[in-house]
Design a protein around this ligand. Structure first.
Ligand code: ADP
Length: 225
């Protein structure tokens, strides 16, 4: 049977939140509850990591100088290049984007083959990407106050408050995220166990949403299942 159109097809859930919101914690809990989690950032990093699928084409297009001894993209070198040669960014993206797309589709097909009930797309740039928004059935946003984000990220990473604020300033705003949300977890005044309970409490609404999309085509057609 073709999982992509079957009555028991999974719910495709977009997950987003600003840095330090608790998005990764929520994704881990959803995975522990049986969801497949597809991590867009990790996929984007992996294709230019040592041995990544983009590395042969990057070496061929830009030369050995852009590859570290370990075989990864030399990001500092590429940043300098992009600064002096604006075309370089496009040439790099022309290599990287299709491979990220292929890997995302491959992981989605693998999740479909496992017959999970929810596939979570952990996408930090969901607000910015209409393309990603169109690929999911529902969107879950993890929300908290910017001050809380700063405290959490400082504690986790040792970054200064200024550095965290600069990252927050270039991300989508809370309002923009909330505007695309079907569900919001307000992770501001919660303890970690309370956050976990909130994710657990979403299981029933997620299954209801899954029933509501049953039989409709997958919004992200990945073929080959
Ligand atoms: P994100 O993926 O959104 O950057 P994380 O899930 O990694 O956020 O959470 C950021 C940090 O804050 C982690 O160290 C996490 O353990 C902690 N954290 C998240 N939510 C809570 C909470 N409700 N109470 C205490 N610590 C939390």
């Amino acid at each position: 049977m073709n999982t992509a159109t079957s009555p028991d097809r999974p719910l495709l859930l977009g997950l987003t939140g600003g840095i330090g919101s608790g998005k990764s914690t929520v994704a881990s809990r959803l995975a522990a509850l049986g969801a497949a989690v597809i991590d867009a950032d990790a996929i984007a990093r992996s294709v230019t990591a040592p041995g990544g699928s983009a590395m042969p084409a990057i070496r061929a297009a830009f030369g050995d100088a852009f590859v570290t001894p370990e075989g990864a993209l030399d990001r500092d070198r590429m940043r300098q290049q992009v600064f002096s040669d604006p075309d370089a960014k496009q040439r790099l993206e022309a290599i990287v984007h299709p491979l990220v797309g292929e890997e995302t589709a491959r992981q989605t097909r693998a999740a479909l083959a496992r017959h999970v009930s929810v596939i979570v797309f952990d996408v930090p740039l969901l607000v910015e990407s209409k393309h990603w928004q169109a690929r999911v059935d529902r969107i879950l946003v993890v929300d908290c106050l910017p001050d809380t984000q700063v405290q959490r990220v400082m504690a986790r990473s040792g970054l200064t408050a200024d550095a965290v604020q600069r990252i927050i300033a270039v991300q989508a705003t809370r309002e923009q995220r909330l505007a695309i949300a079907d569900w919001v977890i307000d992770n501001d005044a919660l303890s970690l166990p309370e956050l976990i309970s909130q994710v657990d409490a979403l299981q029933a609404p997620l299954q209801q949403a899954r029933a509501a999309v049953a039989g409709s085509p997958l919004p992200y057609p990945v073929g080959g299942v």
